[in-house]
Ligand binder design. Sequence first.
Ligand SMILES: Cc1cc2nc3c(=O)[nH]c(=O)nc-3n(C[C@H](O)[C@H](O)[C@H](O)COP(=O)(O)OP(=O)(O)OC[C@H]3O[C@@H](n4cnc5c(N)ncnc54)[C@H](O)[C@@H]3O)c2cc1C
Length: 460
Amino acid sequence: MTGERFDVAIVGAGVVGCAVARELSRYALRTILIEARSDLGDGASKGNSAVLSTGADTPFGTLECRLVARGHQRYLAEAPGLGLPVELVGSLTVAWNAAEAERLAAIEAETVAAGFHSGRMVGPAEIYRRVPQLAPGAVCAIWEPEEGIVDPFSTPYAYARDALANGVEVRSACPVERAERRDGLWQLQMPQGAIEAAVVVNCAGLHGARVEALAGYADFAMRPRRGQFLVYDKSARPLLDVVLKPVPSPTYRGILMTPTIFGNVLVGPTAEDIDDIDDWRVTRESLDLLKAAALRLLPGLAAHEITATYCGIRPGTDRPEYRIIPRLDERWLTVGGIRSTGLSGSLGIAEHVAGIVVGEMAPAARKPAVVPVRVPSLAFGAPRPWMRDGDVDAAYREIVCHCEGITCGEIRDALAAPLPPCSLKALKRRTRAMFGRCQGFHCGARVQAMFDAAAAARGR
Ligand SMILES: Cc1cc2nc3c(=O)[nH]c(=O)nc-3n(C[C@H](O)[C@H](O)[C@H](O)COP(=O)(O)OP(=O)(O)OC[C@H]3O[C@@H](n4cnc5c(N)ncnc54)[C@H](O)[C@@H]3O)c2cc1C
């Protein structure tokens, strides 16, 4: 690796870095995407609510609002081509008393004034038609039909696969440890060696301020905010077919209840300011709080099991906004503080960042053609290989993970695909094997054996 020279080095392969890599792959640039962990999407991007926001719930007039709105538009247009599932289930932001109804009316007026016209106020009849099992007492709600649910794990993977197919080099298990500017180029030092890059794009998420400090910048400090979640069994999914939201406060959007693209019901997140960016604990108190909130809103959930819990950490900073800072002279572009909307905004952020890189830091022509890439859809009910007509490979008829219905052939394919999973958790994210109600109790040993065999074969 030592001495290799690139036009652009992107540090961090979360959903934002992967989207930026895909965007820059459309230009005649030598680009590298560098990730510290063994798998991409293994930071803030692995633990979120997976709601595709329209931007109407972001602070109006900000860069975040503009980029999330653009990201939403592009995601709807481009996800199908990448094989990524989207379900436009819509959301209901529900007021439960007169004070909340008044606040909601003000929010609706502000939303329309900001140019978002798809949402509208609805009364109890429509609320209970959409969620018949909702607890009694809802006064009114904003119905937003354009909000959707997506696959948070396959999104960075699909972007990175697309970037790779279109010429970007992708290196994982490669933490950038030093950044020095010498003779007009950045020297980035990793344990495996050093590279040179004309432009650096810092997409290091929770570690954004640390990577900034390597280059001598100190424009912001991290203020990580943990969010914990409960996952209800697929049996609960008929209870909820829309994203349910409380009336937000200025600093916290509150606890959502949402169907997931994988066929579960998700409750969360909490909002806990923490000191340690690596504090990924779930706690009894928060889970109890989430469960109580869930049962208050949807009492029927009491008959269904919670099959998993997890948490995510929002890469917030000391400023309540995206920190996209172009340093044109030094050709260092910071893409930090992408706190709560990075999945929805990813393609908008990527377009904005590529505009700065190509427009002002490393001018380059657009490539004449794009190599298309599709990843397998992991959505519940999506067509699966064993459903194909004609002679189907026997490996697609052998189920390994019975909870999620994942076959031996699908796990084999994920292990053999470009950017193969380098850990069991990464394999789970690529296939959903072990993500079901037994959480791998029954299939774990088999999946581990398949993973070990593939890793050994790669090592040969
Ligand atoms: C609880 C919660 C709920 C959320 N809900 C939603 C939602 O419903 N919809 C939505 O749109 N967004 C949501 N988000 C926000 C979204 O998840 C984040 O905005 C997004 O994941 C941020 O992505 P990122 O790429 O900036 O950061 P990350 O995913 O953290 O990626 C940064 C990457 O940089 C790597 N890195 C760090 N240091 C180095 C180094 N020195 N060298 C190389 N690599 C390095 C890290 O390993 C990591 O992989 C939510 C977030 C949370 C926490």
